[in-house]
Design a protein around this ligand. Structure first.
Ligand SMILES: O=P(O)(O)O[C@H]1O[C@H](CO)[C@@H](O)[C@H]1O
Ligand SMILES: Nc1nc2[nH]cnc2c(=O)[nH]1
Length: 298
């Protein structure tokens, strides 16, 4: 493979080209971007006045190769806000460079997006988190990033953000508070709680020893995505909200004969899609875009 900085330089030239191409193809100028996790692509179906594009038609976009990730970029209106929704995201384990995995985030920034909503399917390590629950992400542990597998490695593009961006508070507290309030009002408070998400490289699921290690480290849910997108979004100043749909209990006991598979992950996505859709839709409706008004809105 080309050295990492070469990959970054090739992405560097592509961001604006892709943003310009998309802005020539749709009149929508999105304020909110939504990245749909495994089995959560239905979030895009709620958008009105849609313009949608196959990833394969978008210059510079990688291709989705995972079942449950359609590979379409959908622009439209949701509760008065212009949104862009990724039906299908990119994962490091597919073989994409981290620049390509996070490529859409900077394109969205160049198109004027101010808030990023990331969703994913994750396995639960916390005893109180059951399959079908929704975890509002309070913070993440980016394991690949801790060993240098980071989309910001290579020459820093000062146009987007600083060389050394802070990550404390990268999951906006205001949005998290409103999400918890919405859960109560929707009558699903019992399904929704905050927690810490850990990203591992994948594509294998955890061994029991790995599950026990992650649990000991205080991780509540584990997946194979999201953290790189959030790092890049925070670097370029986007406000971030994240949620994990808990699709399985990670096996932590050598006595437990259960094992996890992707089909089961997608099944929970189908089961909970309506609730996730309601929560995200209501959150978007309460967002004040580029406005200092703080009354009941974020
Ligand atoms: O994180 P998302 O894209 O939701 O997908 C999660 O589900 C898949 C495994 O079933 C992995 O890709 C994991 O990351
Ligand atoms: N790493 C990981 N990713 C997941 N995505 C959905 N469930 C899981 C899981 O148990 N582990």
């Amino acid at each position: 493979d080309a050295p990492r900085d070469q990959i970054c330089l090739s992405c560097h030239d592509e961001y604006q080209k892709t943003a310009d191409w998309l802005m020539s193809q749709t009149k929508h100028r999105p304020q909110v971007a939504i990245i749909c996790g495994s089995g959560l692509g239905m979030l895009a179906d709620t958008l009105k006045c849609q313009d949608s594009f196959a990833y394969s038609d978008i210059p510079g976009f990688p291709q989705s190769t995972v079942q449950g990730h359609a590979g379409r970029l959908v622009f439209g209106e949701l509760k008065g806000k212009t949104c862009v929704c990724m039906q299908g995201r990119f994962h490091m384990y597919e073989g994409h460079s981290l620049c390509k995995t996070t490529f859409p985030v900077r394109v969205f920034k160049l198109m004027g997006v101010e808030t990023l909503i990331v969703t994913n399917a994750a396995g639960s390590l916390a005893d109180g988190l059951q399959p079908g629950d929704i975890m509002v992400i309070k913070d993440h542990v980016n394991f690949p990033g801790l060993v240098g597998l980071n989309p910001l490695c290579g020459p820093n593009d000062d146009k987007f953000g600083p060389r050394f961006p802070a990550m404390s508070g990268c999951y906006d507290k205001g949005l998290r508070c409103v999400a918890m309030e919405i859960a109560k009002q929707l009558g699903v408070a019992s399904l929704v709680q905050e927690g810490v998400y850990a990203m591992v490289g994948g594509p294998n699921f955890e061994s029991i020893a790995e599950a026990r290690l992650l649990h000991r480290l205080g991780v509540d849910a584990v997946g194979m995505s999201t953290a790189p997108e959030v790092v890049v979004a925070t670097h370029c100043g986007l406000r971030v909200f994240g949620l994990s749909l808990i699709t399985n209990k990670v096996v932590k006991s050598y006595e437990d004969s259960d094992s996890v598979n992707h089909e089961g992950v997608l099944e929970i996505g189908r089961l909970r899609s309506h609730t996730v859709q309601q929560l995200v839709t209501e959150l978007v409706s309460r967002m004040e875009i580029n406005n200092n008004n703080t009354n009941n809105a974020v």
